[in-house]
Write a protein that binds this ligand. Structure first.
Ligand code: NAD
Length: 485
């Protein structure tokens, strides 16, 4: 099955931070893949911007190298690559200063969509918005794409929203959370709202609990300095896990359109209870046989920042009162895996008697690796010997189910989101009030542990986190799902 590709309108996309890690790993290779799939028109242009003086040819070499490194060999094609590189330009601009803006302005064309990707450090988001406005480079239809982190608390997020709002309408601002661009995450909405099967059970009467896990096997590596100021709560929970929680918990939007979806997500965030201090477990990884301790990587021997966090979250509304959501995320864990698991309650009465190996129905939505879904159901164990129950997975891997080229052509989250920016579709981007509401919930939790001088518990690299995180579940007579590839 070949994926249906609808080309977007021609565009000028300016990538501020065009030589950075994100541009090289995700943005540029993603655009190449959309170009080779026929979705990015040849009349479009990508203008890289960084401080360094470079010719257009030098920058094309940077882009070619990024394609060589981050595009799968079977997706590469010399002729397509040359045509793609023809679309690439470069201007040296110091986004915090005044040089280079008139050259950039001169390159922008009339009559095509203008988009500006802020892929520079967050300290430059404000100055960048100021200068785009001062130099009249962004027209009234221009889109700005803002990377994470969107603030590091409510006050800074509000200030950034205010700066953006001074120059751009809300419908021009695209706050990226790349988790929302993942195929499975969108599929979650399709499963919930395009089937009659699940929605009647999707509430506290039938759902025992929900687990959301985003586990990484790597440490903080080169990002230690940034990460040590953030920690897992700010870096992962406030944005990615919160977004996943919203999509699981939200009411059906009246239509799959930006404000309808975002209104429903906002209601979920507002319905969250404050987290109790005994329902949070923070952890920090120790040194392993071959890996340094978190504190060493962070460059602070006394750091109290968490590289792991587990929380029990309560959504106080009619649908969810009484069904806890357990969230956990961390670094240097046993495997790199992200999943949402919805565990249903027991049937009201067992006709098979005691002692049967009955297990709950669990719907698992896998975000990585191997995006897909799995539903655990009980059946009769085949063969003679009476009625014995057995659990079997109804398993669907998207790559396999969609098969062949269609499967291989599932776009990466970033490329899908960039195409949405060009199309002017904000459904999968966070609205300003959503981000602020998420910080308003996160801030007191962080303030609480700072006031208490809370020390994260050490855990071994390659484990599934600190002991107390297991207790968070055990005391509710529940268990975390195993973290594995
Ligand atoms: P990076 O440090 O690798 O690259 C930053 C880029 O900005 C470089 O091209 C640099 O030349 C340019 N730059 C820096 N100062 C500049 C200035 N004054 N004027 C013009 N250009 C300047 O950073 P990155 O990892 O690519 O991250 C970029 C943004 O994306 C950050 O906001 C980061 O938080 C966010 N982000 C990155 C990742 C990732 O995987 N790298 C993931 C999520 C979010």
């Amino acid at each position: 099955m070949v994926a249906r590709v609808i080309p977007v309108d021609p565009f000028d996309l300016v990538v501020f931070g065009g030589t950075g890690d994100l541009a090289r790993r995700k943005i540029l290779p993603g655009l190449y893949r959309r170009f080779s799939a026929g979705q990015m028109p040849r009349e479009s242009r990508i203008i890289g911007v960084a401080r360094k003086a470079m010719t257009r040819e030098d920058y094309r070499a940077v882009v070619a190298e990024a394609i060589g490194e981050f595009v799968a060999p079977e997706r590469r094609d010399g002729e397509v690559e040359r045509a793609f590189l023809d679309c690439i330009d470069y201007v040296a601009v110091d986004v915090g200063g005044d040089a280079g803006w008139s050259e950039l302005s001169a390159l922008m064309r009339e009559g095509v969509v203008r988009a500006f990707y802020f892929s520079v450090g967050p300290g430059l988001f404000g100055p960048l918005a100021d200068r785009l406005h001062a130099h009249a480079i962004a027209d009234t239809d221009a889109r700005v794409v803002v990377e994470k982190p969107f603030g590091n608390d409510l006050a800074s997020a509000r200030a950034l929203n205010a700066t953006l709002a001074a120059y751009f309408r809300e419908d021009q601002v695209y706050r990226i959370d790349h988790y929302l661009g993942k195929e499975t995450v969108q599929n979650l909405m399709a499963v919930r709202f395009a089937n009659i099967l699940f929605e009647p059970l999707w509430n506290a009467q039938f759902v025992d609990h929900v687990q959301i896990t985003v586990a990484e096997s790597v440490g903080v590596n080169g990002r230690g300095e940034y990460y040590d100021r953030a920690g897992a709560m700010r870096d992962m929970v406030q944005n990615h896990l919160m977004q996943l929680l919203c999509l699981i918990a939200m009411e059906p939007p009246f239509r799959f359109e930006p404000d309808a979806v975002r209104d429903e997500k906002l209601k979920v965030i507002r319905a969250l209870d404050p987290v109790r201090s005994d329902e949070i477990v923070r952890g920090q990884y120790r040194a392993g046989a071959t890996t340094p301790a978190y504190r060493e990587e962070a460059g602070d021997p006394d750091s109290l920042t968490e590289s792991y966090i587990a929380l029990k979250v309560h959504v106080s509304n009619w649908r969810w009162k009484g069904t806890p959501f357990y969230l956990r995320t961390g670094k240097r864990l046993r495997a790199r895996t992200s999943e949402i698991a919805v565990t249903f309650k027991e049937p009201p009465h067992s006709i098979f008697g005691e002692g049967e190996s009955w297990k709950e129905n669990v719907l698992v939505i896998r975000l990585q690796p191997n995006e897909g879904m799995n539903l655990r159901v009980m059946i009769k164990e085949p063969g003679p010997g009476g009625m014995r129950l057995k659990e079997v997975p109804l398993d669907m891997s998207f790559a396999e189910a969609l098969g062949g080229e269609g499967g291989a052509d599932i776009p990466d989250a970033y490329e899908r989101l960039i195409m949405d920016v060009i199309r002017g579709n904000q459904t999968l981007f966070m609205r300003g009030d959503e981000v602020e509401a998420a910080w308003a919930w996160t801030d007191p939790v962080i303030a609480g542990w700072e006031e208490r001088g809370d020390r994260p518990q050490p855990y071994d690299p390659g484990s599934s986190g600190p002991e107390d995180a297991l207790m968070l579940m055990h005391r509710d007579a529940r268990r975390w799902r195993e973290i594995r590839d």
